[in-house]
Design a protein around this ligand. Structure first.
Ligand code: TRP
Length: 338
């Protein structure tokens, strides 16, 4: 039997290059390997846990994220793309799993802990936000996923899911599958910095991102703004590679490593200007982004067709969920009428 793969994103904004190297391109490769039954979820319920006052934003971004998925090469013939809120079984599983997790354990989840601080919830922490890792366990287990390709920040979520699965199976019998996280093997791809410097991760909220939907002019402007070496004032000055975002990006995206090594050497020696290196980076990035941008524009011409993809994926996900739920209910002895 083929293994099952599931992953997803919160629809709170368009997807950017950080998502692309940290997760999207990996997903597309796994999809095309033919080794997995693939599910990719647009996690609107989870997005609402910290955006419940902005329903229109979440709704709009369900569509944007779907476009990004199709643009990078997720293929609805190979991958079930679906909307979380339209799978009622996920809410039901969440309720059952809640019994298996203490409040203290949720508060210790490192990702949740950082988010609570960064979002400034203080004492006004919504219950829905605190329990989203439980809902994420429902997302992963409804289709009995074996592997979950995600960014590094999601490791605590997978660990928490594994605990829930072990607890469930030990109480009710062997029904659920303990998933494994898959993170990019290449360390540099795990945490792409934003354009303002290597210390900060690319993130929507920090406004330092390059988006898959950015047009060429926007891309050019962002590359031009990119943080380099503030001490490299004249072209003839020797420049630093460490902490220089342009070189960090070249390491991640350029395939001609010999040429990159040559540029680095020249830059450190002096005589190579930022404008030239940035020109090359623009070429490299546009080589990756231009086909994505074109496919995105193509799909954007027919929004009804994009929604149809989501509708069909959601219908299939509901079938899979119904099968798992029947097993869960039987194991929990709440299958009263058979
Ligand atoms: N928490 C993930 C994120 O913020 C999104 C997500 C929701 C997810 N459910 C999931 C990821 C299930 C993997 C598996 O990016």
């Amino acid at each position: 039997m083929r293994k099952v793969l599931l992953t997803g994103d919160r629809p709170t904004g368009q997807l950017h290059l950080g998502h692309f190297v940290g997760s999207l391109r990996n997903r597309v490769a796994l999809q095309n390997s033919g080794d997995y039954d693939c599910f990719v979820m647009i996690a609107d319920v989870q997005a609402l846990t910290d955006n419940f006052k902005s329903p229109q934003k979440v709704r709009d971004n369900v569509y944007e994220v779907a476009l990004d998925y199709l643009a990078v090469g997720l293929d609805p013939k190979k991958t079930t793309i679906f909307i979380q809120s339209l799978i009622p079984a996920l809410a039901e599983l969440t309720i059952y799993y809640m019994n298996l997790v203490t409040v203290a354990r949720l508060q210790r989840n490192p990702t949740v802990k950082t988010e609570i601080q960064s979002k400034g919830f203080g004492k006004a922490l919504p219950t829905g936000f605190l329990v989203y890792p439980i809902s994420q366990a429902a997302d992963i287990t409804f289709c009995k996923a074996h592997v979950v390709p995600v960014g590094e920040d999601q490791l605590p979520m997978i660990e928490q899911t594994r605990e829930i699965v072990r607890t469930f199976n030990s109480i009710y019998g062997d029904v659920l599958v303990e998933p494994e996280a898959l993170i990019p093997s290449d360390e540099k791809s795990r945490r792409l910095p934003g354009i303002t410097g290597n210390d900060t991760k690319m993130s929507k909220s920090l406004n330092n991102g390059i988006y898959l939907a950015d047009d060429l002019d926007t891309l050019r402007a962002k590359v031009r703004q990119m943080y380099t070496d503030p001490g490299h004032l004249k072209v003839s000055d020797p420049g630093k590679i460490e902490g220089n975002t342009v070189f960090t990006y070249l390491d991640v995206f350029a395939t001609d490593t010999a040429y990159v090594a040559e540029l680095k050497e020249h830059y450190q020696r002096g005589g190579l200007g930022d404008v030239k290196v940035k020109g090359y980076l623009l070429e490299v990035l546009d080589g990756i982004l231009a086909p994505i941008r074109q496919r995105r524009a193509e799909y954007a011409k027919d929004p009804a067709a994009v929604y149809e993809v989501l509708k069909e994926g959601t219908a299939y996900a509901n079938e899979v969920a119904a099968a798992t739920l029947a097993e869960v209910r039987a194991a929990m002895k709440i299958d009263y009428f058979g």
